[in-house]
Design a protein around this ligand. Structure first.
Ligand code: NAD
Length: 268
């Protein structure tokens, strides 16, 4: 059994920053060909591609398709698959908006469901058949603790993440028998992070800080105190290392899992 990910071709959505960048960089260190993606300008794309090559990527390209639009996702996947087989798909791009159901703008509901859930359906629909034919493939979907438990003020986010966990389990069943131990099989799993240091949660940190009249550090402490027993945030590279392990052929029998990285949040 080959244990190396060298030469594997990996697409990570939403990877110009945050958790996606951490995952792409961890895969780059393994010698993968990295396909970056995210909303960003040419300078950001060039900088991220250079960082991937510096980390050890065999190659790096970047795309900026808008994942709220199904036709753009299909165009992205057509471009990616026309250039070669895709071995690893990480559905990571996501957005957040916090408000009660009564106050949630309908446009936010639609955008969060489209970007955080439906986009993963479209990318998986395009990528999985080829993975099945080749007998090796990895889909790693970045869900959240909010794919396992709820919090108030997050109806579309929680609905999308529970949906992502459910859809991943369906895909895991459909592809469970593909491939062999030697080839590595085709697996579909979710990583479910708790609070992780990225731009996504900055508005929530600053809202907590404002509520108690404290600084950013005080805002972080307030967030952690409420739900994350370790009282420590995760870092994007820590999520990246778990994604690498899931992509390794040794993990051929781990499929349909939703793995929390949450400092005990969902154990309570
Ligand atoms: P981030 O805001 O730093 O990154 C999000 C990425 O998604 C960016 O690259 C952005 O360009 C991309 N994106 C957003 N809208 C897009 C669109 N319409 N089309 C294409 N790309 C788009 O956030 P992050 O914290 O790194 O989040 C990554 C994933 O991790 C998300 O799915 C998020 O829900 C999940 N997550 C984050 C945390 C956390 O605490 N940070 C916790 C649990 C789950």
């Amino acid at each position: 059994m080959t244990t190396s990910l060298k030469g594997r071709r990996a697409l990570v959505t939403g990877s110009l920053q945050g958790i996606g960048f951490g995952i792409a960089e961890a895969l780059a260190k393994q010698g993968c060909d990295i396909i970056l993606h995210g909303l960003g300008d040419a300078a950001q794309q060039a900088e991220a591609c250079a960082a991937m090559k510096a980390a050890g990527a065999a190659s790096a390209v970047a795309y900026t398709h808008d994942l709220s639009d199904a036709s753009q996702i299909q165009a992205l996947m057509k471009t990616v698959l026309a250039a070669g087989p895709l071995d690893i798909l990480v559905n990571n791009a996501g957005i957040q908006h916090t408000a009660s159901i009564a106050d949630m703008p309908v446009a936010k509901w639609d955008a969060i469901i489209a970007i955080n859930l439906s986009s993963a359906f479209h990318t998986m629909q395009a990528a999985l058949p080829g993975m099945g034919e080749r007998g090796y493939g990895r889909v790693v979907n970045i869900a959240s603790v909010h794919g396992l438990v709820a919090s108030a003020q997050k109806a579309p986010y929680v609905a999308a993440k529970f949906g992502l966990v459910g859809m991943s389990r369906v895909a895991a069943l459909e592809y469970a028998a593909m491939g062999t131990r030697d080839k590595g099989g085709v697996t579909v799993n979710c990583i479910c992070p708790g609070w992780t240091e990225t731009a996504l949660i900055e508005p929530q940190i600053m809202a907590r800080a404002a509520a108690i009249g404290g600084d950013r550090d005080a805002g972080v402490r307030e967030l952690l105190k409420e739900k994350q027993p370790s009282q420590r945030m995760s870092l994007p590279q820590e999520i990246g290392e778990l994604a690498v392990w899931l992509c390794s052929p040794i993990a051929h029998n781990i499929t349909g899992a939703a793995i929390p990285v949450d400092g005990g949040w969902t154990s309570q």
